[in-house]
Design a protein around this ligand. Sequence first.
Ligand SMILES: Nc1ncnc2c1ncn2[C@@H]1O[C@H](COP(=O)(O)OP(=O)(O)OP(=O)(O)O)[C@@H](O)[C@H]1O
Ligand SMILES: [Mg+2]
Length: 339
Amino acid sequence: MAGVLIERAGFLASLEGLLGEALDGSGRLVFLGGEAGVGKTTLAAALADAAAVPVRRGSCDNVTTAEALGPILDALPELIAAVDDEAGVSRLRLFRNVRGALSGSPMLLLLEDVHWADEATLDILRYLGRRLAGVRLMILATFRSEEVSRDHPLTVVMGDLAGLSGVVRMQLPPLTATGVRQLLDAAGSALDADAIFQRTGGNPFYLTEVLAAGAEQVPATVRDAVLARVARLSQAGRDAAAAASVLGRRAEVGFLAAVSGQPLTAVGECLDRGVLVADGDAVGFRHDLARPPRSPRPALPVSARTARPRSSSGWRCGITCRPTGSGPCFSSSYRTSAT
Ligand SMILES: Nc1ncnc2c1ncn2[C@@H]1O[C@H](COP(=O)(O)OP(=O)(O)OP(=O)(O)O)[C@@H](O)[C@H]1O
Ligand SMILES: [Mg+2]
C-alpha cells in the first residue's frame, strides 16, 4: 500500500501550480489544514518528491518546548549563527536576514504542524506573507484544523494575511467512501469498505491502523487501534514502546533500549511490528498519533527517572543522551516527571 495516494490528485495539481507560480517569481505561502491524520504530511511529501527545486523542511512538535524560530532553523541551519548574533537586537533586521536567505535561490520550504509553532515563527510567516513578490519561494505550512481555535495565534496570522494574492489557504478533507474502497483494494483487504468508512470517517491514518489490526476486530477509535497494536507486543516490546512514548518522537536505538531497561531486541520487535519506524540510527513512532498515551509518571527504570536537566536543550544522565535531528530526545512531560 506504500506510495498509494488516494483522492489527492487535484490538491497535488493545485500545489504544483502554485509552486510553478512561485518559481516564476511570485512567491507563495500556502496554509494546508486538515484534521490529524488526514494526509497533510503525505501530500506535502508528494509535492516535494515531484518538485524540481531544492526542498527544505522544518517541523514543530508538542513534545519539546517550542524554541524561537525552531522550524525555520531546522530548515535553514546556516542561519543559526546569524540568529544568535541578532538575539535581543532588532527583530526586523533578523526577519530581513531570514527573507534574504530564503530569496537567495528557488526553494520549497515545508513547515510542518505550525499549530505548534513558536511566536517568532508565526511572526516571520506574517512578515514573509506580505513580502512574497519577486521571491522564488513557496512555503507550505501544514496545520491541524482542530487544534486551531478562533483565538489561536495561527488563526490570527492567517486572518491578517487573508486576501493577499500570494497567500493561499487549503483544507484537506478525509477520503470519501469511494476512496476508502480504493485504499482497501490497494491493500488487498477484504474488509467491508462501507462499514470501515462509517467507522473511520475516511481518515487515512485511522484506516492504516485498521488495516494493521487485521480483519478479526476493527478498533472502535484511533486510540484503540494504537493500543491494540502495542498490546500485541511482548512485555519487553511494550516497555520499549512505553519508553519511546515518553522520550518523544525520536530516540537513538541504544539509548531507548537502555532507558526502557530492555535489550535491543525489544526495540527490534517494535520495528518489526510497525509500532516504531527507523530513521537513520534513531527510531520513533511512525506518526504522532501512533504514540500510545503517556501515563503521568511512566514506569521507567530508576536510572532514567533520576535523569536531571542540564540546560533547556540538553540533559545530564548516566547514559549518553544523543539528540536526534532537530530536537532533544526527551519530552517536556518527561522533564516534569523526572524532576
Ligand atoms: N491520500 C492518501 N492515500 C492513502 N494513504 C494516505 C493518504 N493520505 C495519508 N495517508 C496515510 O495516512 C497516514 C497519515 O497521513 P499523514 O501523516 O500525512 O497525516 P497528517 O495529516 O500529516 O497527520 P498529522 O496532523 O498528525 O500530522 C500515513 O500513514 C499515510 O500513509
Ligand atoms: Mg503531519
